[in-house]
Design a protein around this ligand. Structure first.
Ligand code: FES
Length: 230
């Protein structure tokens, strides 16, 4: 099967190029196995990966135009020739490795931790099964960045627009019955480049390897904001 991988080493290359490899594929093979085979042939080929089972979120790449995690992308699902490129809209460090600093900064900007007005209780704060269920579809995010790096609003304004991942995380804490900072969180999300730069293109929903729905989370925040403003 033919694979074309994006190569660029800023220390030695004046411009990027696509490099073609013919790889013998077998049943059950994942795209990460292909990248490892290419690395076996050429040790200088760079890509990130770790857990190999869709948990660490480090091997996000753009495959035939769609952001995916290489380790859980079966080769049998792909149409040859398979083009593997770095995430769009992020500065390339080398080959498939991009700088995700801005993405993490936006995640940090929504203060993704529980905030309490009351002093910390001695014991854990209990939730009803219904309150706990509100967090399903939110807590599963592994911060791979497939969603935000497929979002045109994030491409154009990565320093100002929070992006789908950070907004999903913002809703994860707004939806949490234990959090007591709703007003503060909503104030921080107001403004043209925070919440309202989302134009519901929905690339994020298509790209998420965990089948989460950042667009829906953004809609929930907008509704809550509206409710609080009347
Ligand atoms: Fe960890 Fe793919 S290697 S998510």
């Amino acid at each position: 099967m033919e694979f074309r991988v994006w190569r660029f080493n800023p220390e030695s290359d004046s411009e990027p190029r696509m490099e073609t490899h013919q790889i013998e594929v077998s049943r059950g093979m994942m795209l990460r196995d292909v990248l490892l085979e290419i690395k076996r042939r050429d040790e200088s080929f760079a890509f990130r990966h770790s857990c190999g089972e869709g948990v660490c979120g480090s091997d996000g790449v753009n495959v035939n135009g769609r952001n995916r995690l290489a380790c859980i992308t079966p080769v049998s699902e792909l149409k040859a020739p398979v083009e593997v490129r770095p995430f769009p809209g992020r500065p390339v460090i080398r080959d498939l490795v991009v700088d995700m600093g801005q993405f993490y900064a936006q995640y940090q900007a929504v203060e993704p931790w529980l905030k309490r007005q009351e002093p910390e209780p001695e014991q854990e704060i209990l939730q009803s099964p219904e309150e706990r269920a509100r967090l399903d579809g939110l807590w599963e995010c592994i911060l791979c960045g497939c969603c935000s790096t497929s979002c045109p609003s994030f491409w154009w304004n990565p320093d100002r627009f929070l992006g789908p991942q950070a907004l999903l995380s913002a809703w994860r804490f707004l939806a949490d019955s234990r959090d007591q900072a709703e007003e503060e969180r909503l104030d921080a999300l107001d403004g043209p480049y925070r919440l309202f730069r989302c134009h519901t293109v929905m690339n994020c929903v298509d790209a998420c390897p965990k089948h989460l729905n950042p667009t829906q989370a953004i809609g929930h925040i907008r509704n809550l904001m509206l409710k609080k403003s009347v």
